[in-house]
Write a new protein. Structure first.
Length: 222
């Protein structure tokens, strides 16, 4: 059977990575979390006290940065210059800064090249904001996952509580809305449904139901 590419885009906290991981596992494909790459760069730039508005300094950092995604026992591990930063890139400081870093054209061009190089042989499930529109425009399956802001904030809130992290639902709603606004209104490769993407509103669907819908579309194309 053919090893296809599956692109999953959508707004923040819509459940993209959760379903992408399960679909990848079912198909024995690799899963690539492109948001983690922007987060890793953001984390390093903050560590270095770089201005997140300054494209040239971000590029200087990115050109000297190795970002690796590796399967681990409890999900994907993110390595930054050889160090495991899987947890560090999920802090609210990084989360609330990453949309500034990801606005820059040169940063995106370099990230897209790296992401495309991971997907050269097919057999990938990739999630992000611009996968169907820019990174893998020829992906056999394109999904655009949606859910209401309230539902996404509640899901993230419950996830935080389960992990024992502090969490404020109203603040989460504001942060998610702001990130969506920045990601959809930026000039370069904004968050947007590809014309040929299948939209799935997950507001009242279970993870399993979303996975089944994507698997049906994938199996048609394999
Ligand atoms: O998916 P995640 O929420 O981890 O993404 C973090 C941020 O990285 C997004 O809010 C967006 O600013 C940026 N991003 C992007 N393009 C992608 C993936 C993520 O601009 N393909």
């Amino acid at each position: 059977s053919k090893r296809i590419s599956i692109a999953i885009d959508g707004p923040a906290a819509a459940g993209k990575s959760t379903v992408a991981k399960i679909v990848a596992e079912k198909l024995s494909y690799i899963y690539i979390d492109t948001g983690a790459m922007y987060r890793a760069l953001t984390y390093k730039a903050i560590q270095k006290n770089a201005s997140l508005e300054d494209e040239a300094s971000l590029m200087e950092i990115l050109n000297n940065t190795v970002i690796e995604l590796q399967p681990g026992e409890k999900g994907q591990l993110i390595y930054l210059d050889g160090l495991d930063v899987t947890n560090e890139i999920r802090t609210s400081e990084v989360t609330n800064s990453v949309s500034i870093v990801s606005m820059h054209k040169l940063v995106r061009e370099e990230m897209v090249l790296r992401q495309q190089s991971f997907a050269l042989n097919g057999g990938v499930v990739m999630d992000g904001r611009d996968i169907g529109t820019h990174v893998l425009p020829h992906a056999e399956v394109k999904i655009f996952l949606l859910a209401s802001v309230d539902e996404r904030a509640v899901r993230r809130h419950n996830e935080n509580i389960q992990k024992g992290y502090p969490s404020d639902l109203e603040k989460l709603k504001e942060e998610i809305s702001l990130r969506d606004k920045l990601d959809s209104e930026r000039e370069v490769a904004p968050l947007k449904k590809a014309d040929d993407a299948k939209e799935i509103d997950t507001t009242s669907l279970s993870i399993c139901q979303v996975v089944d819908k994507i698997m049906d579309l994938a199996i048609e194309r394999i």
